[in-house]
Write a protein that binds this ligand. Structure first.
Ligand SMILES: Cc1ncc(COP(=O)(O)O)c(C=O)c1O
Length: 407
């Protein structure tokens, strides 16, 4: 396609966009299970206002737009507080979980080099850890070593102990992991790392804005945050269960001392001294404003209400899945993620029928499964979902062989 020689009216362009958008997944109807975290019309209206106010500003230079600097600091402070950091905690906002993970791995790599003389750094992460860790290892020149899973689908701690070497720069655990919604044994993994002076990262990209509220609602949540000795950094995504529009995550440090390794500072440029805490240079302002806005709009009470709705929907859907004899849930998820498969029927074919009925379930491999990241708005459609699932199990045919999709 070439750039059009003449422009069009705003209306004509918007009409064209709307026509194309009609082909997209219907997330507003809570028909998708990841990618978007629908939390209702009020949250939607609020986010439009917050984003609109900051469409043009740039968060690269904290001196030009001090409001952004202040909002970023406050988002980080509110997040580290939720994760039980103390007054020594520090952090920064990034564009998403992947960038927060990249920054954690960079921190760990540079720290291991400076403090332990590590020259061939290794990253030790469970098989179920998000591919962002494989990406970080590849981008940042670490060897990616995988921790196998135990039968309960959590990282196998004794296997991890055997894989640690004097070149291990970072050990990782997820809270929860994406594939099965399981929380790794964070205290045991973090202890293995701490005993050897190794950086430990909890990936709470999914759980960071869900688990603290589930705990407050009385759910039994395994320890994963800064209350666990040895946890050095945590990633927590405001654009997942913080319900912010995309582009907002926090990389939190237990202690500001490790944050210095995240910093990039360059003073040999004619353009001036250049400093940055993230991969990006120019940084959009809207995600910072939207994150600060949504956290203040919802407050603890709002997050508790939404977490309560999401967990109730997840539990209802899990109970409904367990009541279908051909299906079974993988592992014992405690939060709002669930993967389910079958020992007797082709689960991918069931997914195809669900596609035809307008549901968008991600496909997984090893074991084959359909995947759900349940949001508050799913409570409106849980009954319809289960009745369609029962029908899909009854009528499924051959799988169309849809390739595994990743979030
Ligand atoms: C556990 C976990 N960590 C990290 C990420 C990466 O987050 P992002 O897609 O925002 O880069 C995801 C994404 O789903 C995730 O589920």
């Amino acid at each position: 396609m070439k750039l059009p020689s003449q422009g069009s009216s705003i209306e004509a362009v918007v009409d064209k966009m709307k026509e194309r958008k009609a082909e997209d997944a219907n997330w507003r109807g809570a028909r998708t299970f990841s990618l978007v975290y629908p939390a209702g019309e009020e949250v939607d209206r609020a986010l439009r206002e917050f984003n609109n106010l900051y469409l043009y500003e740039n968060a690269l230079n904290p001196f030009r737009f001090p409001s952004l600097h202040t909002m970023e600091k406050e988002v980080v402070a509110m997040t580290t507080d939720l994760l039980h950091g103390d007054e020594n905690a520090a952090g920064a906002m990034t564009s998403g979980g992947t960038e927060s993970i990249l920054m954690a791995v960079k921190t760990a790599r540079d720290r291991a080099r400076a403090e332990r003389g590590v020259t061939a750094p290794q990253l030790l992460a469970p098989v179920s850890a998000h591919p962002a860790f494989a990406k970080a290892a590849m981008y940042l020149g670490l060897e990616h070593v995988q921790i196998p899973l135990a039968d309960d689908l959590r990282a196998d701690v004794s296997a991890a102990a055997k894989l640690i070497t004097d070149q291990t720069a970072i050990v990782v655990g997820s809270a929860p992991n994406y594939p099965h919604g399981m929380i790794d044994p964070i205290p045991e993994l973090a202890a293995l790392a701490a005993e050897r002076g190794i950086h430990f990262h909890t990936d709470a990209c999914v759980g960071g804005f869900m688990l603290p509220f589930l705990e407050k609602l009385g759910h039994d949540i395994p320890p994963f945050d800064f209350r666990v000795p040895g946890v050095t950094t945590i990633s927590a995504d405001v654009h997942k269960y913080g319900y912010c529009t995309k582009g907002a995550s926090v990389i939190a440090h237990r202690h500001k001392d490790t944050a210095q390794y995240q910093m990039f500072l360059y003073d040999k440029w004619p353009g001036g001294v250049y400093g940055s805490f993230a991969m990006a240079g120019a940084r959009p302002a809207a995600p910072i404003a939207a994150a600060w806005g949504i956290m203040n709009f919802l407050g603890e009470a709002g997050y508790l209400r939404l977490a309560g709705r999401a967990i109730a929907a997840a539990q209802k859907m899990r109970a409904g899945i367990e009541a279908i004899p051909e299906l079974r849930i993988w592992g014992k998820p405690v939060a709002t993620l669930t993967a389910f498969g079958s020992d007797s029927i082709d689960i991918m074919a069931v997914g195809d029928v669900m596609d035809d009925r307008g549901w968008h379930l991600d496909r997984q491999q090893g074991p084959a499964a359909l995947h759900m990241m349940v949001s508050p708005e799913h409570d409106r459609v849980a009954d319809q979902f289960l009745s369609d699932l029962r029908a899909a199990v009854a009528q499924h045919g051959e799988s169309r062989g849809v390739a595994a999709r990743y979030s």
